[in-house]
Write a protein that binds this ligand. Structure first.
Ligand SMILES: Cc1ncc(COP(=O)(O)O)c(C=O)c1O
Length: 389
């Protein structure tokens, strides 16, 4: 069968290879400790489940939801954003509900790029950012994130011919996988740069609440309060443990929101109204479960980092996200994929290879802290045996 050329760049998927390695280890009877996926193991708050359950028995929620979700959802998202970041948001023109934020970030390039245009992406970065650019027929310019620059891209390094053909820049802090955070001053320089070069500035912000130390994390719209070039993506997956429910939203420049809505109108009929009702309950209800989740991830971080340090593996202590970004021992520095495949086959511990997130991720692996401390410590014991073997 002849299929479209655009499938080509989507074919190399390290995570699918890792799934196969996990399945092989499982079939061989190896008990798996899966630290490879950032899918929270914590429960969705009960009041959220209650709102969804009530919606299920309300037949008025069962039909298609046309246009751009419900007004109640848009208002809840706008109000949540303004309370948190102090920037006014028009729920009618500056908010768009999404079927998870990944859906939105992957669809946006279709609204911004013409074939051949460049998108400036973080390297390493979240795979769907690149996926969306490929689907739109765009080209990717990877902006390397290096420890010597605090994992922030250096805009001056972007070649002039690339800039001339670039239409968008995608940032995401706190960052998956490196766990880096960015100060407001960095976002200010990104907004200036994008204004100067006529670029759309996208900020994917799923870990907005998952920070352990210091001040609240900045939103890109605090650096662009008039929303001249920026759009920011939020998800219910992390703060409210709703990954499987697939709900998120975009907030930002009204023209970009309208353009993304037009793309989505050709593709989907929005998330189920009952799930939007659950998201409203999450955004407007008690926030103590968010605090509890942060405390849980902080305790796991401390236990895991301490255990790694005990076996002599020095890793920086992340101040945000649910991940540990670990530099591999020198012998594995050029083959994170083989490290991860052999680790899962020999020990059952599944982690993500840095190379799967982009070229600059090589030499690192990412641990997702999605198990209790006791299991995390067992994982480290097995890793220690693997490293000694
Ligand atoms: C940077 C980033 N964006 C998006 C997502 C996915 O969010 P959602 O569940 O809303 O699609 C993740 C999940 O790990 C992520 O790390």
């Amino acid at each position: 069968m002849l299929l479209a050329n655009r499938l080509q760049p989507l074919q190399a998927n390290v995570f699918a290879d890792m799934d196969r390695a996990k399945a092989k280890a499982r079939a061989a009877g190896q008990p798996i400790i899966d630290l490879s996926l950032g899918s929270s193991d914590l429960p969705t708050p009960p009041h959220v489940l209650e709102a969804i359950a009530q919606s299920l028995s309300d037949t008025s929620t069962h039909g298609y939801l046309l246009f751009h979700g419900t007004q109640a959802f848009r208002q809840a998202a706008a109000q949540w954003y303004t309370q948190k970041f102090g920037i006014p948001v028009d729920p009618e023109t500056e908010v768009l509900p999404l079927i998870g934020s990944q859906e939105g970030t992957a669809h946006l390039p279709l609204a911004v790029l013409n074939p051949g245009d460049f998108a400036l992406l973080l390297d390493p970065g979240y795979p769907s950012h690149a996926g969306g650019v490929y689907l739109a027929g765009g080209q990717i310019y990877p902006m390397p994130m290096l420890p010597e620059h605090q994992f922030l891209p250096v805009f001056e390094d972007i070649p002039v011919p690339v800039l001339a053909q670039a239409r968008m820049m995608v940032l995401s802090y706190p960052h998956n996988p490196t766990t880096a955070v960015a100060p407001l001053a960095f976002f200010q320089s990104a907004v200036d740069f994008c204004q100067q070069h006529d670029l759309v500035l996208v900020h994917d912000f799923p870990y907005a609440d998952l920070y352990f130390e210091g001040d609240a994390l900045p939103s890109v719209l605090q650096a662009d309060p008039d929303k001249t070039v920026s759009i920011e993506f939020f998800t219910m997956s992390k703060s409210y443990n709703m990954g499987g429910f697939r709900v998120g939203y975009a907030i930002g420049n009204a023209e970009l929101i309208r353009a993304l809505r037009q793309i989505k109108a050709a593709v989907d009929f929005n998330q189920y109204r009952g799930i939007l009702n659950g998201a409203i309950a999450a955004l407007t209800g008690p926030q103590d479960t968010v605090k509890a989740a942060v405390t849980t991830f902080q305790q796991r971080r401390d236990a895991f980092v301490e255990a790694l340090h005990r076996i002599g593996w020095q890793v920086p202590v992340p101040t945000a996200t649910m991940y540990i970004w670990a530099k591999l021992p020198e012998v594995w520095a050029t083959d994170s994929i083989r490290f991860c495949t052999e680790l899962v086959e020999q020990t059952g511990v599944a982690v993500s290879p840095g190379a799967g997130f982009g070229k600059s991720g090589e030499g690192y692996i990412r641990f997702a802290l999605v198990h209790e401390p006791a299991i995390l410590e067992t994982a480290v014991e097995r890793i220690a045996q693997f490293l000694c073997s």
